[in-house]
Design a protein around this ligand. Structure first.
Ligand code: PRX
Length: 646
């Protein structure tokens, strides 16, 4: 069995691509026919990049959970929808069939209603990777509440900022989360985030770790008690709220080049159609395949390719609570062997880290069920690609290198397994519907090749696609200036790329002040703000540098004049630790600098702008190619920085 819109071969890809660019409305209209609608759309798309205003399937009415669940019940109610593997392999895995998942989503949707959640309310979800996280997401979608999942690694301060920005009125969390050998006290972090918060009406707490938690009278309720109430009500079915195609489905916060994360808004219909289309075609998904995406649902990859797309396709999604190296570095291979996973979708950073353990942890595991491998989140280096190909795919599994962003909702550039050829380190071809263009800093299209025969430039997109960002929550102007104002009539990705004569793309990384650390986006300004909050810090500048495992590491230059510098606690090492603690408090452990260099001054132009180019070169160890420093206010600071490099 396959899907009517599944591309079969290279010719089919070229045909679909041509059609999608020449006549996008007919193309996407035909794909959308294969979904369940309460009312079909009046117009397939209506958009301009100037405002920007982007609408797809205008006038259509639907609910995404009917597409993910209800429509499969009659034909595959007993098929596993989610297979969940816990952190500790000694604990039993769970299987949720479509029928069971549907029931749980309906019951939790009723819990939400019972607690006063309404269509349009913003519900923050801060949970570990347990099935209840997927259930919470889907229950929100069922009643039309807008979910905003926050990754479990963010601090109370980060959560508080997001709650405030989203004007969230409900929270769903857990007592704690297991992550390798750690037990993360999620509810306690939420309690800290809620100090002073006036908007949150209810916190629903799911039991996972049995960590002691404080439950505030009148505000906090237990998930399990609430489900019991719903069972006592005898409720097994909750009708799906009929949503407009352009009603918001979720907000997901992501870092940009300014200090404050942006709430990227996706809407129901376009996101559903596009993520499903890209899922089926990129992975050449067959409905009987077991699909294992190792991302966390706190990131866009998890939203799109653990929850919505696989379920919408009537597939089986493997969900894993733990980390790749616990209890040992054979955990992924163990899961693949145990459940006979067919498609593995992971991040280069995970591959590099597992590669470091040698072949011991791979040996003894039967990986022969694997058919397709995927990577996402950052450029993959050739060594990691080859290892993945040879040791995991045994040279028989196509590797799809999928490029996309929180803002794009779904995969934008990738080879398609068994359909279009892959190339180590290259994302290769645009998906149907995606018209790419490379421009110079003035926005002029790159039409000449460099010495290596490549077209190099800033990666932009010419036409709207169904899962494009609609707005940044609460601040549409921010969306416009961030993505649509850099170049006239183009969406700017923030990435640099090059294209070869064959039309294949290779992503080189961010060209703005955003880092990609272990596949996670972190704005340098955000990290600087956090460092600057530490008492005694006068100023800081943060840049990325190549890191063997993380892809990019965080290098911070800090001007510190606090009194601690002189007294007995004042060793540089202690101050470094204190700064790391501050960053952990303000953002979360993922933003901790890998290196901190104390400096007396930062290289600045006469207008006061920090010359990051120089700082980057120093962090990269390219001390002999710092370039022109004559325009600096004080060129001597550079010599001092070079001497103190860590
Ligand atoms: O720089 C690109 C990089 O990750 C950024 C998007 O980050 P985020 O919104 O967190 O989403 C990550 C998961 C989709 C991009 O701007 N990136 C993502 N995928 C790739 C990539 N860089 C190179 N190759 C990829 N396959």
């Amino acid at each position: 069995m396959s899907y009517p819109y599944q591309i079969k071969n290279l010719e089919g890809y070229h045909e679909a691509y041509q059609k999608s660019i020449q006549d996008p409305n007919t193309f996407w209209g035909e794909v959308a026919e294969h979904f369940t609608w309460h009312k079909k759309w009046d117009k397939v798309s209506d958009w301009n990049f100037k405002d920007p205003s982007i609408q797809w399937f205008v006038g259509g009415k639907l609910n995404i959970t009917e597409n993910c669940l209800d429509r499969h019940l009659a034909t595959m109610g007993d098929k596993p929808a989610i297979i969940w593997e816990p952190n500790d392999p000694a604990e039993e895995h769970h299987i949720l069939t479509y029928k069971q998942l549907h029931l749980k989503v309906c019951q939790f949707a009723q819990v939400l209603y019972n607690n006063g959640v309404k269509k349009g309310d913003r519900v923050c979800i801060y949970m570990g990777m347990i099935p209840e996280l997927a259930i919470a997401v889907l229950a929100c979608a069922r009643i039309g509440a807008i979910h905003s999942v926050i990754f479990g690694g963010f601090s109370a301060q980060s959560i508080a900022d997001r709650l405030d920005d989203a004007k969230a009125n409900f929270i769903i969390t857990c007592d704690g989360a297991f992550r390798g050998s750690k037990d993360i006290p999620l509810k306690s972090v939420i309690d800290d985030a809620l100090i002073g918060n006036k908007n949150i009406q209810r916190v629903i707490v799911c039991t996972r770790t049995r960590t002691a938690v404080s439950m505030l009278q009148g505000r906090d309720v237990w998930w399990e008690d609430e489900i019991k109430n719903v069972e006592a009500q005898g409720i097994q079915f909750v009708p799906a709220e009929v949503m407009d195609a352009e009603d918001p489905l979720f907000i997901l916060y992501t870092s940009g080049s300014t200090g404050k994360p942006k709430g990227v808004v996706h809407t129901v219909a376009g996101y559903m159609v596009y993520t499903n289309y890209t899922f089926v075609n990129t992975f050449n998904y067959n409905p009987d395949d077991l699909f294992f995406c190792t991302a966390d649902i706190g990131w866009i990859t998890g939203h799109s390719y653990i929850v919505y797309a696989p379920l919408c396709a009537g597939g089986t999604s493997m969900m894993f609570e733990g980390i790749p190296t616990f209890p040992d570095a054979g955990r992924f291979w163990d899961i693949i062997d145990k459940f006979k996973v067919n498609i593995l979708y992971t991040a280069p950073t995970a591959i590099r880290s597992l590669m470091g353990f040698g072949l011991g942890p791979v040996k003894g595991h039967d990986l022969s069920s694997l058919k397709v491998l995927g990577t996402v989140g950052e450029p993959i280096n050739e060594e990691a690609w080859n290892w993945y190909n040879e040791q995991i795919g045994k040279n028989k599994c196509p590797i799809v290198d999928t490029w996309f962003q929180t803002e794009t909702g779904g995969i934008m550039i990738s080879n398609m397994a068994g359909v279009t050829p892959g190339k180590a380190g290259w994302a290769t071809y645009p998906m149907p519907g995606i018209e790419l263009i490379l421009v110079d800093d003035q926005g002029v299209e790159i039409t000449t090749q460099d010495g290596e025969g490549m077209y190099r430039g800033n990666l932009c997109i010419k036409q709207a696609w169904p899962a494009a960002i609609r707005t940044t929550y609460g601040d549409h102007e921010r969306c416009r200036t961030n993505y649509f104002a850099t170049y006239n009539n183009l969406y700017f990705t923030g990435d640099g790329a090059f294209r070869n004569e064959a039309g294949q793309f290779r992503i080189t990384g961010r060209v703005d002040d955003v880092l990609n650390v272990s596949g996670h986006r972190i704005g340098t300004a955000e990290v600087e703000n956090a460092i600057n909050m530490h008492a005694g810090v006068v100023e800081s500048a943060v840049v990325g540098y190549p890191h063997d495992i993380k892809g990019q590491g965080i290098y911070a230059y800090v001007i510190y004049t606090g009194s601690h510098a002189q007294d007995s606690h004042g060793s540089a090492e202690m101050i470094r630790k204190d700064i790391l603690q501050t960053v952990t408090r303000i953002i979360g452990p993922i933003a901790k600098p890998d290196k901190i260099q104390f400096v007396a001054g930062l290289p600045k132009t006469r207008s006061g702008k920090i010359m990051r180019r120089i700082l980057r070169k120093v962090a990269e160890g390219e001390l002999n190619s710092l370039g022109d420093t004559s325009t600096l206010l004080d060129p001597a600071v550079v010599d001092e920085i070079v001497k103190g490099v860590v």
